[in-house]
Write a protein that binds this ligand. Structure first.
Ligand SMILES: *[C@@H]1O[C@H](CO)[C@@H](O)[C@H](O)[C@H]1NC(C)=O
Ligand SMILES: [Cu+2]
Length: 240
């Protein structure tokens, strides 16, 4: 009986933590409501086809809701992308801790953040966290109550952008397209930047290949280590 009880608790726990959604943005001025200026799905499932247009800002089979809001963000400030298992979850229910992998953030300058699909060229990476000293980027976000800290570069042009935050879970990544990619796009308006730098950009889909060593990897039989470092997928991080 005791064993059965523990087993059902374990099953409930894994159901309770599940996959994840970037559902809320915090700036240094305020914490916005869930789904405010973020295209959130109601289901927290992953995307697994890196060649799909849904790689940009999520999409079917996890359809996202549009938002008519845009959040003002100061260039050079740090924002937090808040991750939750569901749109109703709290900071203790971010994602199943068995989901281990890198965490990244990208920006794309757009004419209208409310309507741009995000699909295609224009993306540059502004933050990444892979594996170091036994800790994955996802572990850090879970231990931080779901907050992924992202510094907005101070040198980019002012204007409307999509902010794409992403977490990748590698527990099934030993076979091609087994990695689970989670991403949503926030609609932001950056101001106060110097505009002195123009990042080189890449296309989504296009930044990843299913054969990338950071996406096709058996983290259990050959875990990353000092002599076998983990390679974060995608372009290099843009810095001012
Ligand atoms: C973006 O911010 C600038 C500077 O505060 C403001 O003038 C502009 O109206 C804002 N645009 C949008 C779409 O919110
Ligand atoms: Cu999952």
């Amino acid at each position: 009986m005791k064993t059965a009880g523990l087993a059902s608790v374990a099953i409930l726990a894994s159901l309770a933590s599940g996959h994840t959604i970037f559902c809320q943005l915090k700036t240094d001025e305020q914490t916005y409501p869930v789904s405010h200026a973020i295209r959130t799905p109601s289901y927290d499932g992953p995307q697994q086809d890196v060649n799909s247009q849904n790689m940009a800002c999520n999409g079917p089979p996890n359809p996202t809701m549009p938002s008519d809001k845009i959040i003002d963000v100061k260039a050079g400030s740090t924002v937090a992308a808040v991750w939750r298992h569901t749109l109703e979850s709290g900071p203790n229910d971010v994602m199943d801790p068995g989901h281990k992998g890198p965490v990244m953030a990208y920006l794309k300058k757009v004419t209208d953040a409310k309507t741009d699909s995000g699909v295609g060229d224009g993306w540059f990476k502004i933050q990444e966290s892979g594996f170091s000293n036994g800790v994955w980027g996802t572990d850090t976000v879970i231990n931080n109550g779901g907050d992924q800290e992202i510094k907005i570069p101070e040198c980019i042009e002012d204007g409307q952008y999509l902010l794409r935050a992403e977490m990748i879970a590698l527990h099934g990544a030993r076979s091609a397209n087994g990695a689970q990619l989670y991403m949503e796009c926030a609609q932001i308006n950056i101001s106060g930047g110097s505009g002195s730098k123009k990042p080189s950009t890449a296309s989504i889909p296009g930044i990843y290949k299913s054969s990338d060593p950071g996406l096709l990897i058996d983290i259990y039989s050959r875990p990353p280590s000092g002599s076998n470092p983990y390679t974060i997928p995608g372009p290099k991080v843009f810095t001012c």
